[in-house]
Ligand binder design. Structure first.
Ligand SMILES: NC(=O)c1ccc[n+]([C@@H]2O[C@H](COP(=O)([O-])OP(=O)(O)OC[C@H]3O[C@@H](n4cnc5c(N)ncnc54)[C@H](OP(=O)(O)O)[C@@H]3O)[C@@H](O)[C@H]2O)c1
Length: 303
């Protein structure tokens, strides 16, 4: 596998040095000024077809102020239009080149976050794995149109660095309570946590909303419950009576569906005592920007 870089500037050099260390590849990283893309990319468009193009650029004026784009789109969407057939992934644009070193990416034990946005889920995951291998914490942030937010974040970073005295040894560390450092890179936040949160609130509709319309619930001692509506009805009387926590052991698969499995514990919300434990598994499907439970089954040692 190979990583290609367009540009030999700070970003290309820093990411290149990190990439050399891990020998990753099959990506083309744009490390040139945004303003140069309209001229540089069209002649390369045929060769970039089918490739994953990592857009690390920020639309900037020469004085580093935000460049306002025509049509109100993000720079990444404009770049995607220049390379039809390529999978454009926005990433690394919110990280200063000065911090793209092993020491710079380590912020007291937490890793610097690179947000990742793309319409191509598989490309997103590839870039997330690439970012992890370089020492970043990748956080998938949705479709390519969300690159506008990431470019806005970069503008904020640049402003604070240049005009509010922070300098460039600063970085965003996105902290998610409950996220596991072992969660696979690029993993779009799968876990039964949303389900458990809704359950804990006694919100049967919220629990059902985590399920796909044709979801299947396999209770260890009852017949299978099929469909979101039936699941809501089935759960209505019981939600909130126990607090359920999930400890995912792994999420496997790339793309949709994904399979999550691990252990769960039920606790009495009043006494805090554990009343049941077991193993669970869940299959997730992606619908638009959402991941929904397609199947959820569990064992219960107490039954
Ligand atoms: N520096 C950062 O902290 C940082 C952080 C995140 C994202 N970014 C973004 O990453 C990109 C690269 O930034 P950088 O700091 O690495 O810039 P840089 O150090 O100035 O390097 C820019 C690279 O682009 C090439 N280049 C310049 N004008 C060009 C043109 N008209 N056509 C083709 N190539 C051209 C340069 O080649 P020559 O040397 O031959 O001119 C150089 O290889 C920019 O879009 C920037 O906004 C930068």
């Amino acid at each position: 596998m190979k990583v290609g870089f367009l540009g030999t500037g700070q970003v290309a050099r820093q990411l290149g040095a990190l990439a050399d260390a891990v020998g990753f590849g099959d990506l083309i990283v744009l490390g040139i000024p945004y303003a140069a893309c309209a001229q540089t990319l069209p002649p390369l468009a045929v060769r970039l077809r089918g490739k994953v193009v990592v857009d690390a650029t920020n639309p900037l004026n020469p004085d580093w102020s935000p460049l306002v784009l025509p049509r109100g789109r993000s720079g990444a969407e404009e770049i995607a239009a220049l390379v039809p057939g390529a999978s454009v992934v926005k990433a690394f644009n919110t990280v200063f080149a000065d911090t793209m070193t092993p020491a710079g990416l380590d912020r007291g034990g937490a890793k610097v976050t690179t947000f990742i946005a793309s319409d191509d889920q598989t490309a997103c995951e590839l870039v997330a794995r690439f970012a992890t291998s370089l020492g970043f914490h990748p956080r998938v942030a949705g479709p390519l149109k969300h690159a506008a937010y990431l470019e806005g974040l970069a503008h904020l970073n640049i402003h604070i660095a240049m005009h509010e005295g922070a300098g460039t040894d600063v970085a965003v560390v996105y902290s998610e309570r409950g996220a596991s450092p072992d969660r696979p890179a690029g993993e779009p936040g799968l876990s039964m946590k949303a389900w458990a949160t809704a359950w804990g609130r006694g919100d049967a509709a919220g629990v059902a909303a985590c399920c796909a319309p044709d979801a299947v619930l396999m209770h260890p001692a009852k017949p299978a419950v099929v469909s979101r509506a039936a699941i809501e009805q089935f759960l209505a009387g019981g939600v909130g009576k126990l607090h359920v926590t999930f400890e995912p052991a792994a999420v496997v698969g790339s793309g949709s569906p994904r399979f999550e499995f691990g252990r769960f514990a039920d606790r009495d919300p009043v006494s805090g005592h554990e009343v049941a434990t077991g193993t669970y598994s869940a299959a997730w499907v992606r619908e638009g920007e959402q991941w929904l439970i397609r199947f959820h089954g569990w064992t219960n040692a107490a039954l």
